[in-house]
Structure formats: C-alpha cells, structure tokens
Design a protein around this ligand. Sequence first.
Ligand SMILES: NC(=O)c1ccc[n+]([C@@H]2O[C@H](COP(=O)([O-])OP(=O)(O)OC[C@H]3O[C@@H](n4cnc5c(N)ncnc54)[C@H](O)[C@@H]3O)[C@@H](O)[C@H]2O)c1
Length: 440
Amino acid sequence: MKNKIKPAKGKLGVLIPGFCGAITTTIIGGVEGIKKGEDKPIGSLTQMGRIRLGKRTEKRCPLIKDFVPLSELEDLVFGGWDIFNENLYESAKKASVLDRPHIERLKKELSSYKPMKAVFDRKYVKNLSGSWIKEAKNKMELAEMLRKDIRDFKKKNKLDRAVMIWCASTEVYIEESEVHSSLEKFEKGLKNNDPLISPSMIYAYSSIMEGLPFINGAPNLSCNIPALISLSLSKGVPLAGADFKTGQTLMKTIIAPGMKARMLGVNGWFSTNILGNRDGEVLDDPDSFKTKEVSKLSVLESILEQEKYPQLYGELYHKVRINYYPPRGDNKESWDNIDIFGWLNYPMQIKINFLCRDSILAAPIALDLVLFMDLAKRAGLAGIQEWLSFYFKSPMHAKEVYPENDLFVQLEKLENNLRHLMGETLITHLGKEYYENTAA
Ligand SMILES: NC(=O)c1ccc[n+]([C@@H]2O[C@H](COP(=O)([O-])OP(=O)(O)OC[C@H]3O[C@@H](n4cnc5c(N)ncnc54)[C@H](O)[C@@H]3O)[C@@H](O)[C@H]2O)c1
C-alpha cells in the first residue's frame, strides 16, 4: 500500500461552501497565522499528534505528519462560495471568533480572500438571505457552474489536486427519498429541479464529478445518499461526514465510553446550549434544528448499546436543546446533567458546564480532514472513509454496520488505518508478557 500512495507534490486547493462563515474564517486565519510563525496549530492531530509504531520497546513515536505523506500548510490554497459578497477580513470581524487585535494582525491576508457566488435555496436555510447567488434554469446547470468554478480555480492557481469541505449553514431536515436512490434518478432530478435535491447535494455532486474528495461538516443529508455514494465509488473519490464533533458532543463521546467501560448505569442525560452566532440563528429555525438534533442524539445510542445492556441503559432519557442567545456569539456555553447509578442501584449525578469556543474546536478538525482526505485520494481510497469517524458527530458508515461513536475506538481506528496505509504492524495492545508467557 505504502508504495502506491502518490506523493503530496505541489499545491492543494481547499474549496469551501460557507466561505464567509465562522469556521472558515477561523481555519484560514489560523493557517495564515501559523504559516507566518505567529500562531500554533493546537487541536490538530495532523500537526501536533504522534503515532506509536511497532513494540513499546522500539520507542518509535514519530509525528503523524512525518509518518504519512501529507500536504504542508504552505501548499494549501483556499477558495470558496458564500451568499454574502464580502472579504474574509469583514467576515472574520462579524464572526468574532478571533479577537480584534488578532484579526487586525491578519488583515492583509484575510482581505485578499473573496467568495464566489453560491448555489443557495432559501427553502433549505430559512433564516438567511443573501444576494451573492448563482442563477440558472435548473439544478443541473447550477452544478455545471460549480464544476466550472472548480476547474477555473485549479487552473488559475496551477493546482493538480483539491478537496471540498462543506462549512455552510445547516440545511432543513430531509430524509432519503426516491430521487436520491440512484445516480440516474438524481441526475434526472437535477434537470427537473426536484425540490428534494438540496444545495449541499449539488455541491457534493459537482465535487465528486470533478474528482475532489468531499467532506460534510454539517449534519444535513448532503453526500450521504446512495446516488452520490455510488458515484464516489465509480469516480474513485473519498467521502466523509457528517457534522464536526466539537463542544458538547465531543464531551459526550469522551464521558459515555467511560461510564460503559465501568458498567455504570445511565438513566438520564439532559443537554442544553446557548449559542449566539449565525449558526445559532440558522438553528433557531425548527427545521434546521431538527437536522442538528438528530445528529446530536444519535451518539449515545451507539456508545451505550441499550439493547445489549437493558439493565444499565434501557431506561435512558436523552434530551438535547439549543437556544439562540445573541450576546454569546461563537462562545457557546453548554450544560449537561447526567443521572447515573452504581452498585446496588444508588443514584449519582454528573454536571458538566463547558464554556467552549465552537469554531476554535472546529477549525483544526476541518484542517485535519482536508489533509487526510487528500491522503486518502492519493492512496486510492474511495467512497465512505469510516476511519475518519473520529471527527464527526454522526459518522457516515456502511448500511450493514452501526456507526462507531466512541472517541477512543475512533482514534484507534484512525491510527491503525494510517499504520496499514504505511505497511506498519497494527497495534493490538497485547503485552510483551502475553507473547513470552503464553504456552504455545
Ligand atoms: N462552529 C462549529 O464549531 C460547528 C461545529 C459542528 C458543525 N458545525 C456546522 O458547520 C456549519 C458552519 O458553521 P459556522 O459556525 O461556520 O456557521 P456560520 O453561520 O458562521 O457560517 C456558515 C456560512 O455558510 C454560508 N452559506 C449558507 N448557505 C450557503 C450555500 N448554500 N452556499 C454557500 N454558502 C452558504 C452562510 O452565508 C455563512 O457565511 C454549520 O452547518 C454548523 O452547524 C459548526
């Protein structure tokens, strides 16, 4: 496998729907600051993480970026689409994730980025309206316009490779239906303006058709439909999603595996949030909230496996609320009350109050995903990349298996995938004593 990975030569395009949003301005501002040597890539596994190789006695633990061939940050070229026509310096001020002195320090770099016109449909994001929007007779024509944008961007910046990552608003909740069931029906639907084809699906289709790996950072259905999964396999394009695992859900997937590991019961988990940025405003619409709610609710079921442990988790009541509260901006605050029980059924409680910065947690995830998805493409991997579940609230997975949500299993899976790609032995954690003391 190792010899089959194409080198990370030349520049890598990073194309982002949602170009003027909080996450995007935080990624690009961050990468620009890091390139200048003024900031550090904290939270990024590809930039700071190490991976153990071989036996513990070998003491081999290189940085991940020295172990697998990844693009350098200097080689990333950013571009994207948004419904607001403003440069990223203006957008970063509005998003107010980075503080003002920080933004001023990056003014020259951020001002140089401007979005391309977006593919947008207000029916899918009810609480936003913008004017920087493409117009066409039908959805297939919109896809062709996006595909031309991609080709032009690659040509202008002399790029061989690019990745697309959806960092745009959460679309309203829709379920998979007939038009999503095959490529033929989907393409017919694009031509007939089928209302069940959302903008994020048009971006995903364009990305795959142009050979770009596609990542979905939001919970909408987007690329997770049979038509696009089969297209990605036939085009040799990797897919990953959905919904970046930041804040409260990150905490959930750290705490819940611990409760289960110790066979402690959980009968209630109440999660509430206040959030005041544009994402919060979009999620204030019940149909967009429903998409997020489904994504946030799914994690506990698969970690706690109620059907296998009915005495411990059979009665679990799980509730998630998100409240739009403008004064907080991107500095989300979340509260979790967890009702647990132990030996002889005695009840206990855990309270978590996380004062996080959502996009500060999301930006390094997005960066890692871009670099790993480019690696996946160069290694010849196509379709759903389950080994990247680590980064998502509702990881895409094959229909016949349940998703893996436990953060620690997800990390092991990711690391073993890298070892496998590079021809290293997979780590099982069987100790030295097992091999030495076990009778043959
Ligand atoms: N911020 C986080 O930490 C976080 C964590 C997990 C998931 N997410 C998801 O990531 C997405 C982005 O989050 P954010 O905080 O940056 O939101 P944001 O509201 O700041 O940015 C979203 C941007 O997308 C643009 N947009 C909307 N529809 C578009 C379209 N069809 N084409 C192009 N641009 C479009 C909006 O104009 C806006 O500038 C959201 O869906 C959010 O739910 C965010």
